[in-house]
Design a protein around this ligand. Structure first.
Ligand code: 5GP
Length: 183
């Protein structure tokens, strides 16, 4: 018996589709960055940790891995636009090829903030890899060079994405159809 109510969670993207798409993204990134110098994957905590773990293993290059933390004020399910850095990178990125790894680009405000901040640190290049994109909610346009899936305007959970801190450990992306918590 899983810890969640299977009738409440509607699977949107199953584990097999996730892995197949991530293998493609890994191959694209490997081809694009081969021979170009130092590459660092920057995961945005906490949501990106599962995607980053799988994406990194799909990349056939000697990449560095680093993380940073952000939090936004306001409603838990929506970015307020005020993004705050809660944990910075552990190493400088100057002269390196940075790939920012996100779970989802929703309004785009978090990614816009991160790209502006990173640009001041003089990396050799910056690109974005996001597992999901919800274009219906975009408030600002941000470039996504490596995109897993475009999704409709629904609050999704699983595979790193949480509901009240939980459900990040689901191996698939789902939508909660219950009124309350599905666990
Ligand atoms: P943005 O700044 O693009 O609006 O939002 C980015 C962050 O909001 C994501 O990294 C994620 O933490 C959170 N977020 C946006 N949409 C969803 C969603 O559908 N489900 C979950 N769990 N988090 C979301």
């Amino acid at each position: 018996m899983p810890f969640y109510d299977e009738k409440s969670l509607e699977v949107m993207i199953d584990a097999e589709r996730l892995q197949a798409r991530i293998a493609e993204l890994g191959a694209e990134i490997s081809a694009a960055y081969r021979g170009r110098g130092e590459v660092v994957l920057v995961g945005v905590l906490k949501g990106s940790f599962v995607f980053l773990a799988d994406l990194a293993r799909a990349i056939d290059l000697p990449v560095d891995i680093d993380f940073l933390g952000v939090s936004s004020y306001g409603d838990a399910q929506e970015t307020s636009g005020v993004v705050r850095l809660t944990r910075d990178l552990s190493r400088p990125i100057e002269g390196k090829h940075v790939i920012v790894v996100e779970d989802i680009v929703d309004t785009g405000l978090t990614m816009q903030y991160l790209l502006e901040m990173f640009a001041t640190r003089k990396p050799a290049s910056i690109e974005v890899a996001s597992l999901l994109h919800k274009p219906a909610r975009a408030k600002v346009e941000v470039p996504i060079h490596y995109l897993g899936f475009t999704i409709d305007d629904e609050f999704v959970v699983g595979y790193g994405l949480d509901m009240g801190g939980k459900l990040r450990n689901l191996p698939f992306i789902a939508v909660n159809r219950a009124d309350g918590q599905p666990w």
